[in-house]
Design a binder for this molecule. Structure first.
Ligand code: GLN
Length: 191
């Protein structure tokens, strides 16, 4: 059975694990960097990117995450996870993992809309995907090899670059597992 990791330091970890299992794959909650060797793909969940970064440093994960990104094994960042994955962050000198060729702005849908839901048309996934946004980032700029998969109000909210997938919203917070399945298919194709 295909094994998919969920970075288990902070955020919506269990919900992603449940979605992976609902798709018939095995979920591994990654608490130690050595566990990254066991999995064929990795999901980085939503939560709080600053808190996640502190824990990444505390548990010495950063080099292993960068190596994972370079290994060609697929990585999927959702919300805070997208912030971790991006090569550039608006207002910051340094990225976190800095792997996916996108510029991401944090908390970019405004305070008055801290959270909202919207039906998205997502290329290759669904034309009626109910997406949950919580203090969400968006992709301000995408590199030339990046395929834009979905937009909301002219803003890029989901994209893929080869084995990297990122979205602004929380696919793990509904019972719709089509995005998780899309990522699992990426992992199967990469193997
Ligand atoms: N605003 C959060 C951050 O900057 C992301 C929010 C989320 O993951 N729901 O990390």
């Amino acid at each position: 059975m295909i094994k998919i990791g969920v970075l288990g330091l902070q955020g919506a970890v269990r919900e992603h694990a449940q979605s992976i299992e609902a798709c018939g794959a095995e979920a591994v909650v990654i608490k130690r960097k050595e566990q990254l060797e066991e999995v064929a793909g990795l999901i980085m969940p939503g939560g709080e990117s600053t808190a996640m970064r502190r824990l990444i440093d505390k548990y010495d994960f950063m080099d292993s995450l960068k190596e994972f990104a370079q290994s060609g094994k697929p990585m999927f960042g959702t919300c805070a996870g997208l912030i971790l994955l991006a090569k550039n962050l608006v207002g910051y000198d340094q990225p976190h993992i800095g792997a996916m060729d996108v510029t991401v702005e944090r908390n970019s849908f405004g305070r008055q809309r801290e959270s909202f839901e919207v039906d998205l048309d997502i290329a290759g996934v669904a034309n009626d995907y109910n997406a949950v946004f919580i203090r969400a980032p968006h992709i301000v700029q995408a590199g030339e090899d990046v395929e834009v998969l979905a937009k909301h109000n002219e803003r890029i909210v989901m994209a893929r670059e080869g084995n990297f997938l990122g979205c602004s919203f929380h696919p793990e917070l509904t019972d719709d597992h089509r995005i998780t399945q899309y990522f699992i298919n990426m992992v199967k194709e990469a193997k």
